[in-house]
Design a protein around this ligand. Structure first.
Ligand code: GDG
Length: 472
């Protein structure tokens, strides 16, 4: 059975819909389960699958399981859209995904260059895999006027250039979900110019915020000598527009979940189990960019400086396993384990455990109960393209305080959050105290602004606006 998480009627009838949409992403939006097929949970699937369901189209992504067919229509009995897999060998997956994408582009874009592994074999495999993705797109499209190709993220910087070579008139968009770093950081890459040229095969490139737009434009101007006219880049006879299109969450569904009486009951039980007057939460993939360890150290400093909170506050941190094959992710796991053990060893007494740390995955329903139960959310990445956990918390909470890293895309959009520099341990420790002691009126006032913004960012609007801009 194919269980769709979003339905096509969430897509506004006024929305621009190309006659044929081809989405290109690292992963396909469906996965096989014991009972059949299910859609993956995530912003991208939620936003784009309804468009494909409503009007047909194709989703191109890597084939991770060798026995699945390359082309598969869904739903099988009355197909709406096609899934086109690009099967990858172990070597291809290692070089393209674990190598180039996650050990080069990911740390570089997050300004964490100590994690860079600049290996030639990574870019070589990345080139080859991007070409294979581009070939799959060319096979699945005909080059018609109303055909739109929408590529997602840092896994596919070179495929726009390949598609453009074969299809000079194609309409190609790209959305980059992580930060685009300052030009001086981007140019560290030995292949910076080649990668930029690939991206400039697009008609429209989207980022979450203007800062990344500016960084990209400066990279094209300085490194390629491209001509710049406002937000238009002219290079080798082709024009590329670069715009900010901040992503949102599925606000309606989160609101509905948060207002479900059973969520309220579970939230109450959760607080009772923790047994403290104050609850602070953190929810992240376990990634060195998310600032989990620094945040733990700040919590430790908060406990050192505020003995009156001993026995009276719980920090509940979920770290969802992620990219576990990579040494840098195994290392951050060990470091977080070590610091959690130390804090609890130092401060725990009788029934009080200051840090409740969970290295596992929860359902969205469970996440919603945690958002609902928390007095404050500590979302303090060292760098983050947007960070949509902020938006989920803001939507679900009734009176919680958002403590937010100023080095995230979300910080540009959510000025009412309590903003902190994630590298400033003392400032962060102080922000926890400020959040826990914030007067109710101030909390409500801040939340009002935050909720208004998050409503407008809805992920369906995001897809709608990007596709409309691409069609211009
Ligand atoms: C990139 C950019 C940008 C987490 N644990 C569980 C779980 N999650 C869900 C959260 C949230 C999502 O994962 C994580 O959101 P982030 O925004 O932190 O995203 P990244 O994975 O880093 O992705 C980021 C995003 O793309 C979108 O453009 O915001 O800046 O890095 O939705 O709720 N979900 C479930 N169980 C968990 O245990 N079900």
């Amino acid at each position: 059975m194919l269980a769709f998480t979003a339905s096509s009627d969430c897509f506004s009838p006024r929305a621009y819909r190309p006659l044929s949409l081809t989405v290109v992403a690292n992963r396909v939006p469906i996965r096989q389960t014991d009972d059949g097929w299910e859609t993956s949970v995530g912003g991208l699937t939620t936003a784009l699958l309804p468009v494909l369901e409503a009007q047909g189209g194709t989703w191109v992504g890597m084939g991770e399981e060798p026995d699945l067919p390359e082309r598969q229509e869904f739903p099988a009995d009355d197909p709406d859209f096609l899934v086109r897999r690009v099967p990858l060998s172990t070597e291809e997956l290692d070089g393209y995904y674990y190598g180039m994408a996650n050990q080069i582009l990911w740390p570089l874009s997050h300004y964490l260059i100590q994690h860079l592994e600049l290996k030639d074999e990574f870019i070589e495999t990345y080139r080859h895999v991007n070409e294979r993705f581009a070939d799959a797109v060319l096979e699945e499209t005909e080059g018609g006027e109303d055909e739109v190709i929408w590529i997602q993220d840092y896994h596919q910087m070179l495929s726009p250039g390949h598609i453009r070579e074969e299809r000079p008139d194609a309409t190609i968009g790209h959305f980059w979900h992580i930060p685009w770093p300052a030009m001086e950081v981007f140019r560290i890459l030995p292949w910076a110019r080649e990668l930029l040229r690939g991206m400039l095969g697009c008609d429209l490139i989207g980022f979450h915020v203007e800062e990344y737009v500016d960084n990209f434009i400066e990279s094209a101007e300085v490194l390629l000598g491209a001509e710049i006219d406002g937000n238009v880049i002219r290079y080798e006879g082709h024009e590329t527009r670069v715009e900010a299109h901040p992503i949102g969450i599925e606000v309606g569904r989160f609101k509905e979940m948060a207002h479900d009486p059973s969520v309220e009951q579970e939230a109450k039980k959760f607080r009772e189990r923790l047994g403290t007057d104050h609850v602070v939460i953190g929810i992240d993939r376990l990634d060195y960019t998310k600032g989990i360890r620094s945040r733990m150290l700040a919590f430790e400093e908060f406990l050192e400086e505020n003995p009156e909170y001993h026995g009276n506050v719980s920090f509940f941190q979920i770290a969802t396993p992620s990219r576990t094959e990579l040494e840098s992710y195994q290392q951050i796991r060990r470091e977080v384990d070590e610091v959690v053990g130390r804090i609890n060893g130092r401060f725990a007494r009788e029934s009080w455990v200051p840090v409740n740390y969970r290295y596992r995955t929860y359902t969205q329903y469970e996440l919603c109960t945690f958002y609902r139960a928390a007095d404050a959310a500590l979302i303090t990445p060292l760098r983050d393209g947007m960070n949509v956990v902020t938006q989920e918390f803001v939507t679900a909470t009734q009176d919680g305080v958002l403590i937010l890293s100023e080095l995230t895309g979300a910080a540009y959009l959510l000025p009412e959050a309590l903003q902190v520099n994630p590298y400033d341990q003392g400032g962060l420790a102080n922000a926890i105290k400020v959040a826990l002691e914030m007067p109710t009126d101030e909390k409500k006032e801040r939340l009002k602004g935050l909720k208004q913004t998050v409503e407008t960012l809805d992920v369906h609007n995001w897809a709608d606006k990007f596709l409309s801009a691409l069609a211009k």
